[in-house]
Design a binder for this molecule. Structure first.
Ligand SMILES: NC(=O)c1ccc[n+]([C@@H]2O[C@H](COP(=O)([O-])OP(=O)(O)OC[C@H]3O[C@@H](n4cnc5c(N)ncnc54)[C@H](O)[C@@H]3O)[C@@H](O)[C@H]2O)c1
Length: 268
């Protein structure tokens, strides 16, 4: 077991990726502290972890966008586990609107949850970890943290911010023996993206632009987080790891129909 005796906080733990991350960590022996916005979500997350045979799981209701709620949640976690080894900043929301149409309130909400939240949680975690010998923090960014995705100005800005924050925290927290890395998922089917998969145009684009389009599931993000959280990644600090089936590797000029200069000779 890679994480025997370790304790891990996962925010947004009842969501599609959050539950896969909690499963991957608890399957390797970690105690899970599941944090989410609503009591029913937290209960659902705890139940899912217990159903896998986990010995230890705790649930805490909190709002990552509120520094006060974050401080209270970490104080409560301290009473439950004493020592924290892993924080996964996974909670996130998305707003699909053109920059002409996005209101300042919608901008603020996405930035507060997706960028300020990871900072508030990382800070609380690092203060705690510093007192207990160190630990590791993994931020769930997005491919939208490495390139723009249209109609998501706040999401793209927040996720680029998470990538930068990851680098900064990796340097600031290193003296306290805390590693900080990020995972940048490509699009994967979860409650957040469920509607995409009902759209034939999206599925056609996915097939065209993602080399391994027919693979890819939430569990892939769980495995990437497990690797970065484990001793296997002991010398890895400050990186953002894309887990996207190769989507970022090339943004093709070819259309899906493509017989063009960019797809001539292709075998598919
Ligand atoms: N699904 C994808 O394709 C994809 C791709 C790239 C990045 N991501 C990122 O992965 C993370 C998880 O996404 P998902 O697809 O599992 O989404 P999801 O909607 O299934 O889950 C998000 C979870 O975050 C929780 N949450 C939202 N606001 C919160 C708040 N203020 N405080 C605490 N919890 C809150 C929700 O209750 C939910 O449980 C997000 O950061 C998202 O941006 C997802």
């Amino acid at each position: 077991m890679l994480l025997e005796g370790k304790a891990a906080i996962v925010t947004g733990c009842s969501g599609g990726l959050g539950s896969a991350i909690a499963a991957a960590l608890s399957d390797q022996g970690a105690t899970i502290i599941a944090m989410d916005l609503k009591v029913e979500k937290v209960e659902q997350a705890c139940e899912a972890v217990r159903a896998r045979g986990a010995r230890a799981v705790h649930g805490i209701v909190m709002d990552v966008a509120s520094p006060r709620s974050v401080a209270e949640a970490f104080a409560s976690a301290k009473q439950k586990v004493g020592k924290l080894d892993i924080l996964v900043n996974n909670a996130g929301v998305r707003e699909i609107k053109n920059a002409f149409d996005l209101s300042p309130e919608e901008w603020d909400r996405v930035i507060a949850i997706n960028l300020s939240g990871p900072f508030y949680c990382a800070r609380e975690a690092a203060l705690w970890m510093r007192d207990t010998g160190g630990g590791t923090i993994i931020n769930i960014a997005s491919v939208a943290g490495l390139t723009a995705i249209s109609h998501r100005p706040a999401y793209t800005a927040a996720k680029h911010g998470v990538v930068g924050l990851t680098k900064n925290l990796a340097r600031d927290f290193a003296p306290a023996n805390i590693r900080v890395n990020a995972v940048a998922p490509g699009v994967l089917r979860t409650p957040m993206t469920q509607d995409y998969y009902a759209d034939p145009e999206f599925l056609r684009g996915l097939k065209h632009s993602v080399p391994f389009h027919d693979r890819g599931e939430a569990a892939d993000i769980g495995r990437a987080v497990l690797f970065l959280a484990s001793p296997l990644a002991e010398f890895i600090n400050g990186v953002t790891l894309p887990v996207d089936g190769g989507w970022l590797a090339e943004k093709s000029y070819a259309s899906p129909e493509a017989s063009s200069f960019f797809s001539a000779g292709s075998s598919t």
